[in-house]
Design a protein around this ligand. Structure first.
Ligand SMILES: Cc1cc2nc3c(=O)[nH]c(=O)nc-3n(C[C@H](O)[C@H](O)[C@H](O)COP(=O)(O)OP(=O)(O)OC[C@H]3O[C@@H](n4cnc5c(N)ncnc54)[C@H](O)[C@@H]3O)c2cc1C
Length: 282
């Protein structure tokens, strides 16, 4: 196996194009080294993309742009994300308790692993778009289309994730994140991210309730979103919306039963909605 560390995105694309399905891009390597040992014998080229200029956090007129190799620690330190609904990104990565992992794990790594991670749940609630690049050009997919099932995504031969783009939210929007894990260093058993936008009269004009880890890949609770939309977000409405997350079929395994996960989803949704509404109301 050969290890490449290209200095430009064009060089990275050329190597990935040359080796095709026998090449694997890596970023922080925090997942790759621990979970993809089976690839070590099969793969001819490992392409480290951390030096190709994809580590940035930029706000433009209509969106937030997160470069794929931006680390979770860089998200936590960013002044651009300190206030407003994007602060939920900091809230999310702060709940990954292991500093050493935050220092290396990247935005691209988080979204490419379709599994028990936190950031994609929050990105789904923020309507994030995944930008993919290759020697053939660029394309963009909504996060929900990018994930194709557990540990499976829409990347094609020679492609990498270059950026995650988050559209700007209307004024009077708020977002919040909630998570359940067994121990300090455990992967999430359940995570919930919510976003609400309020109309001038105080009714919820738009809502997202996104659930991860309790399911193969993050999904939205459409029933919870419907229970909020068009209504004033009173405590009773929020409790009803949280109960409506029962539309999500949770997985059960040795770490937690489906019933327990469903209960945590409901509690997490209620907590996060109360916080998001407080944020939106300023
Ligand atoms: C002990 C431990 C606990 C953890 N706890 C949590 C937690 O609670 N919550 C949480 O959210 N995360 C947690 N993580 C981090 C998470 O599990 C992954 O390790 C991390 O998200 C991977 O990021 P990375 O940049 O290191 O990816 P890598 O390991 O470099 O890559 C992961 C996969 O994505 C692919 N890939 C990476 N970047 C790109 C790209 N730009 N384009 C195309 N493919 C790409 C690689 O080919 C590989 O298959 C934990 C990790 C550890 C080790």
């Amino acid at each position: 196996m050969e290890y490449f560390r290209p200095r430009s995105i064009e060089d990275a694309y050329a190597i990935l194009d040359k080796y095709g399905t026998n090449a694997v891009p890596i970023a922080g390597s925090s997942f790759f080294m621990g979970h993809r040992e089976e690839l070590f014998d099969e793969v001819e080229a490992v392409v480290d993309i951390k030096r190709v200029g994809l580590a940035y956090i930029r706000a433009s007129g209509d969106a937030l742009h997160l470069g794929a190799t931006t680390t979770l620690a860089e998200i936590l330190a960013s002044d651009v994300l300190r206030t407003g609904p994007w602060a939920v990104l900091q809230e999310t990565v702060a709940r990954l308790n292991i500093k050493e992992v935050r220092n290396v794990a990247t935005v691209g790594g988080e979204v490419c692993i379709a599994g028990e991670v936190d950031l994609p749940t929050t990105l789904l609630a923020l309507d994030a778009v995944i930008v993919l690049g290759s020697a053939r050009g660029q394309r963009a997919l909504a996060l929900g289309e990018f994930h194709r099932g557990y540990l499976n995504n829409a990347l094609e031969r020679g492609e990498i994730v270059t950026e995650v783009r988050i559209p700007r939210l209307p004024a009077r929007s708020g977002a919040a994140f909630s998570k359940f894990e067994r121990t300090f260093a455990d992967l999430p058993l359940v995570n919930v991210a919510v976003r609400v936008s309020l109309a001038p009269g105080g009714e919820v004009s738009d809502a997202r309730v996104s659930v991860g880890a309790a399911v193969a890949v993050p999904v939205r609770s459409r029933a919870a979103e419907q229970a909020l939309t068009g209504r004033k977000p009173t405590a009773a409405v929020i409790t009803a919306a949280a109960a409506a997350t029962a539309d999500i079929e949770c997985i059960g395994d040795i770490r937690a039963s489906a019933e327990l996960r469903a209960l945590w989803v409901r509690c997490g949704a209620e907590d996060a909605l109360l916080a998001a509404v407080r944020n939106a109301e300023g």
